[in-house]
Design a protein around this ligand. Structure first.
Ligand SMILES: Nc1nc2c(c(=O)[nH]1)N[C@H]1C(S)=C(S)[C@@H](COP(=O)(O)OP(=O)(O)OC[C@H]3O[C@@H](n4cnc5c(=O)[nH]c(N)nc54)[C@H](O)[C@@H]3O)O[C@H]1N2
Ligand SMILES: Nc1nc2c(c(=O)[nH]1)N[C@H]1C(S)=C(S)[C@@H](COP(=O)(O)OP(=O)(O)OC[C@H]3O[C@@H](n4cnc5c(=O)[nH]c(N)nc54)[C@H](O)[C@@H]3O)O[C@H]1N2
Ligand code: SF4
Ligand SMILES: [Mo]
Length: 664
């Protein structure tokens, strides 16, 4: 059987191009191909197993209506007609009795494609006058920082890391979260490049690094400011670059001034000599590149921390050479305008920050939510303060729709369940926040069971609610055309996509400050943007210490087994909380015992793994666990605060503070 081509649309920077084996109308195997050069013929283990996700026992095959108590997962099969009629009736009733804002769409990346999000779904919810969702669970503070300082200019291409003499992996774990960066890093190291990793965990790259700084979570801001201060004190500032290309450097350096290496080392709890060594290496190396990840943004200082990290290559003049500069998110590289496909302007209805979804779902919220429409997301498994969300989902007067591919933990609380297609069963257009590629894929097999695409379902609901209008783009090709027509360089991309199913970015492996400049209004770096300064409590670059009566920091990073919570159903092994031997000994705990991890928000019962993979004072449970992975069905998200980052309204997962004891 010939292989068919597709593109992985999952929430991963690598955006792999795929070859798919199909036999008798079923997908039998997936692998990487060469069309996206970054993929280089290999993919991660998760997506190689995608057929198990498609055909596994957790796959939703037909619409269903709740039959039993919320959360218990009892459902009765119904026809699409009955399910859609029930939903349309409820949407219409709630809108007329309580107003559109009583309807809340909830989800995040889903499979991260352009057609399955912000297209027909946005049309429906805008025309209903529903509450708007601030999609802030990820990249909100780092995105605001990158936008404020650099207008989100394109970053160093991941392939170009092989040209660097110094690579800094700062709050990022590519061995799990973007595996195609690892080979370029290894190639650079074979040529003598130095590697620095800044992470409270001894990640696979940290084990090989020339220098591993393992700070307390949430202390990157003092570290970055101390480096800035050190550069100033040691004549390592590139004043010519600052004059030509930046604004606000004096203000930034003034705010960094109180941060000596020793003070930052003390707050971050890293050796002063190690911090000095990092400053020396960074000052002296070229090309030097910082891969800034998302681990450092998920705490109360996350916005300022990311801004301070991204300021360093400007201060030290690291741009202008291939392999020098920084990479954050490349999401604006192609400047696609997905919402053009909605064909409906944005409303001015109330905005709900998804990181506080639990608060919005409370019975006494104002105005209360009466219809919750979950799609492209698994909020119980991925949002902060999950136990508050659970209480909302249990409200008898809340009507919940869950539209997903599999029976997620959230789906068990649905009143109506709708089965969704996967990217191998529907059309998609995907860009990437890492690789420089845009890809158009078409279905390679028919939908499994009665699954339908987001386009079909939201289109059908528009029709039933008489919200469809003549001329609305609705077929995949019409939607792609609408997106490209509204996008910078869309005509050229449309031409490329007409020829094949992959188009590459307009910017081929940019060199920052040679072929790519800040996309700020004056093309300069703004090192102290007024907007961020007024948004951050205490001002931009102001460090806030977290005071808690719970002594341990719980971090919950990406794991190799899932993409957020996607594929969590395929992992049947129980999860384990990782704790440093010193912390375990202090509590009389040994490897393998069952512990209670708790704070004021909830508790998790789980087995213990004693390992110095984590630094003292830090415990780790992976992100994206399903209820079945722990003994009481709670996860790290049951313990994550729903406070927000300093700016951008981001999630503060790694501000979770907990205590651990033997489960008696
Ligand atoms: N396999 C896999 N790949 C993924 C994902 C996945 O779930 N699984 N998720 C995708 C998504 S949605 C995203 S956003 C990216 C995220 O990818 P990454 O940027 O790698 O983000 P995280 O895994 O959240 O955290 C990265 C590292 O930051 C560390 N960290 C935690 N707190 C701090 C801190 O305060 N300071 C510092 N310096 N480090 C800290 C963690 O220990 C972790 O090793 O990955 C994407 N790729
Ligand atoms: N504790 C902790 N929690 C975290 C994080 C953390 O660091 N720590 N990181 C956060 C991050 S970085 C992110 S990005 C969020 C992600 O949060 P979510 O987006 O909620 O995460 P996913 O688990 O990817 O959920 C996507 C769901 O959409 C479904 N889906 C996929 N494609 C389609 C489609 O075409 N149609 C429909 N209807 N459904 C579809 C999938 O089956 C899956 O159940 O999680 C966050 N959660
Ligand atoms: S999840 Fe990432 S590494 Fe895996 S196939 Fe998709 S794009 Fe590639
Ligand atoms: Mo994310």
């Amino acid at each position: 059987m010939p292989a068919t081509t597709s593109a992985c649309p999952l929430d991963c920077p690598d955006a792999c191009s795929l070859s798919v084996q199909v036999e008798d109308g079923r997908v039998t195997a997936l692998d990487g191909d060469q069309r996206n050069p970054l993929t280089a013929g290999f993919i991660c283990g998760k997506v190689r197993r995608f057929a198990e996700h498609m055909y596994g026992t957790d796959r939703l095959l037909h619409p269903a209506i709740r039959d039993g108590a919320k959360g218990e997962g009892g459902f009765r099969r119904v026809t699409w007609d009955e399910a859609l009629e029930r939903i349309a009736t409820e949407l219409a009733r709630v809108r007329s009795q309580h107003g559109g804002e009583a309807i809340l769409p909830l989800g995040y990346g889903g499979s991260n494609g352009v057609l399955t999000q912000d297209s027909v779904d946005a049309r429906l919810f805008r025309r209903l006058g529903a509450s708007r969702l601030a999609r802030t669970v990820c990249a909100a503070p780092s995105g605001a920082a990158a936008l404020g300082l650099y207008g989100k200019m394109a970053g160093v291409a991941l392939e170009d890391y092989e040209h660097a003499a110094l690579i800094v992996c700062w709050g990022v774990n590519p061995s799990a979260s973007g595996i195609h960066l690892v080979p370029p890093i290894n190639r650079a190291r074979e040529r003598g490049a130095k590697l620095v990793v800044i992470d409270p965990l001894r990640t696979p790259l940290a084990k090989q690094a020339d220098l591993h700084l393992a700070p307390r979570p949430g202390t990157d801001l003092p570290i970055a400011l101390a480096i800035a201060n050190w550069l100033a004190a040691h004549g390592a500032i590139d004043h010519a670059f600052l004059r030509a290309h930046t604004r606000g450097a004096e203000e930034l350096l003034a705010r960094a001034e109180p941060w000596s290496i020793s003070r930052a080392a003390e707050i971050a709890d890293v050796p002063q000599s190690a911090l000095e060594r990092f400053a020396e290496l960074f000052g002296a190396s070229s090309p030097a590149v910082i891969r800034c990840g998302w681990g450092g943004e998920r705490n109360r200082n996350g916005g300022s921390a990311t801004a301070a990290i991204l300021a360093l290559p400007a201060l030290a003049g690291k741009f202008g050479v291939r392999g020098g500069g920084y990479t954050m998110s490349n999401s604006r590289m192609l400047a696609l305008e997905p919402l053009r496909a909605a064909a409906e302007p944005e409303t001015n209805t109330r905005v709900v920050n998804m990181n506080q979804a639990g608060r919005a779902l409370a019975a006494d919220a104002s105005p209360p939510v009466h219809v919750l429409f979950v799609y492209n997301g698994n909020p119980l498994a991925t949002l902060p303060n999950a136990e508050l969300i659970r209480r909302g989902l249990l409200r008898p007067d809340l009507f919940t729709v869950v539209f997903d591919q599999v029976m997620t933990d959230t789906a068990r609380y649905a009143d109506v369940l709708l089965p969704a297609t996967t990217f191998l069963e529907h059309d998609e257009l995907r860009t990437s926040y890492g690789a420089q590629v845009i890809q158009r894929s078409r279905p390679v097999v028919s939908p499994v069971g009665e699954a339908r695409s987001n386009l079909d379902v939201f289109g059908a609901l528009c029709e039933r609610l008489q919200l469809a209008r003549p001329g609305d783009p609705s077929t995949p090709d019409e939607l792609v055309a609408a997106v490209l027509a509204g996008s910078h360089d869309g005509e050229r991309l449309a031409g490329m996509l007409a020829e094949g199913d992959v188009a590459f970015a307009t910017i081929e492996r940019p060199i920052q400050f040679v072929s790519e400049f800040p996309r700020t209004p004056d093309r300069k770096v703004d090192l102290c943007p007024a907007e961020l300064d007024s948004a951050a409590p205490g001002g931009l670059y102001h460090y806030r210490e977290l005071v808690s009566r719970f002594p341990l920091s719980l971090v919950s990073p990406a794991s190799r087994k899932t993409i957020s919570s996607t594929f969590g159903q395929l992992d049947r092994r129980p999860a384990r909380l990782v704790m440093h031997p010193g912390d375990a000994a202090a509590r009389g705990l040994v490897d393998g015992v069952v512990v209670r991890v708790w704070n004021e928000l909830g508790e998790v019962h789980v087995s213990l793994s004693v390992d110095d993979l984590v630094r003292p004072g830090v415990v780790m449970l992976p992100k994206g666990l399903w209820a079945r992975a722990t003994k009481n069905g709670a996860t790290a998200n049951s313990l994550s605060p729903d406070e927000l980052t300093d700016f951008g309204g981001g999630a503060t997962f790694n501000d979770a503070r907990v205590e651990v004891e033997l489960l008696g």
